[in-house]
Design a protein around this ligand. Sequence first.
Ligand SMILES: Cc1ncc(COP(=O)(O)O)c(C=O)c1O
Length: 376
Amino acid sequence: MGRRILLSPPDVGPRERDRLLAAFDSGWIAPVGPDLDAFEVELAAATGRGHAVALSSGTAALHLALHVLGVGPGDDVLVPTLTFAATANAVTYVGARPVFLDVEVDDWTLDPELVADHLAARARDGERLPAAIIPVDLYGHCADYSRLAEIAGRYDVPVISDAAEALGASRGGQPAGSFGVMAACSFNGNKTITTSGGGALVTDDGELAAHVRKLATQAREPVLHYEHREVGFNYRLSNLLAALGRGQLEGLDAKVARRRELNAAYRAALADLPGVTFPTAAPDSDPSWWLTCLTVDPEVAGADRDELIAALDAADIEARPVWKPMHLQPVFSGLPTVGGEVAAAAFAHGVCLPSGSSLTAAEQERVVTVLSYELG
Ligand SMILES: Cc1ncc(COP(=O)(O)O)c(C=O)c1O
C-alpha cells in the first residue's frame, strides 16, 4: 500500500542538508552566526517587514511580543477561540487573561464584528480596554486585518498577528506576517517551512526588534561583562537551524504552490458530495492552505468526523479533527467567551486532511478514494 501518509510532514532535501552541513563546518554552532543573520534578513523580506528576530519557537515570539508591549497582570487579551493552544498560553505567560471570541463561518478567522461590539461595549460601560488583540491566520488564511486594524485603531489597542500557520499566504496583496505591530511565525516540524523547531517575530519597528533580540538572549547589556537590567529569556534560534531555515525559505513559493494545488484537487474531488463543506477564502484573501480541512454534516453525509478519521487511519492515512476551541478546553474553563458556536461546530464536524507539500498525486488519490467511499 505504500508508506503511511502524514498530515503535514517536513519537506526537506539536499538543499537543506548542504546548508546545514556548511553551517556545521563553519564552526558557528551557537545561537549566533552568519546564517542566523542572513535568515533574519531573508525572512523580513518574505514577510514584507523591516526586521525579523529568529527565535526558538512561534510560542516564544508570541510571548515576547506581549512582553515588550508591557501586557501583564490585570490585562485582557482578545484571542479567537478557534486556534492552537499556544496563542492563549502565551497570554497567560505574561499574567494576562485571554478573552475568547468566535470566528467567521467562511474562513474560521477572528470575527471583526464581534471585536467591534466587544470593544464598543467595554468603552460604553467604562471598562478597561483589552491590552492587545491576537488574530490568528488559521490553517493558512490571513485574518481580516484591514477591518481589524480599523476597529482596534479606534480604541488604540495594538494588534499582534499570529501568523504561525500562514507563511506564504496573503490578504489584500500583503503577505502573512506583515500585519499588526508585530507578527509571530512558526517553523515547527509540521509547518509550511520548518527548522525542526523554531519561530520568529517580525515587525517594522526597529526598536521593538532590538528589544526582542536582547530579551531573547538573556537581556544581556552590550558591555564586556555580564550586565542585566531586566529579566531575559533564552529564546534565540540556533545558527544551525537558521541554515536549515534558509534552505526552506528558498523553496517557500514552490511549497505553497503545491499546498494550493492539493487544496484545489481535494475540492474538485469532494466538494460536490452531499454534506461536505470546505472553508472558503474572502475575495481579497490568497490562503496558503497550510492544511486543507473539510466539514461533514453527519445527517447528510454518509459519515461523521470520527468515522472519517478512523477510516483514513485504517488505510494508513493520518487525519485530525479541527482545533478544539479554547473556550472548551478544561485548562481555560471559566474564561470570558463571546459566542463560540461557529468554532464549536468547526471542531465537531471538521477534519484536517493530509496537506504536506511532499504529498504525491498518487498519495492524494489514496486519501480521496477512502473519503469518496465513506461519503458516497
Ligand atoms: C496558531 C498557532 N500559533 C502558535 C503556534 C506555536 O508555534 P510553535 O510550535 O513554533 O511554538 C502554532 C503552532 O505550533 C500555531 O498553530
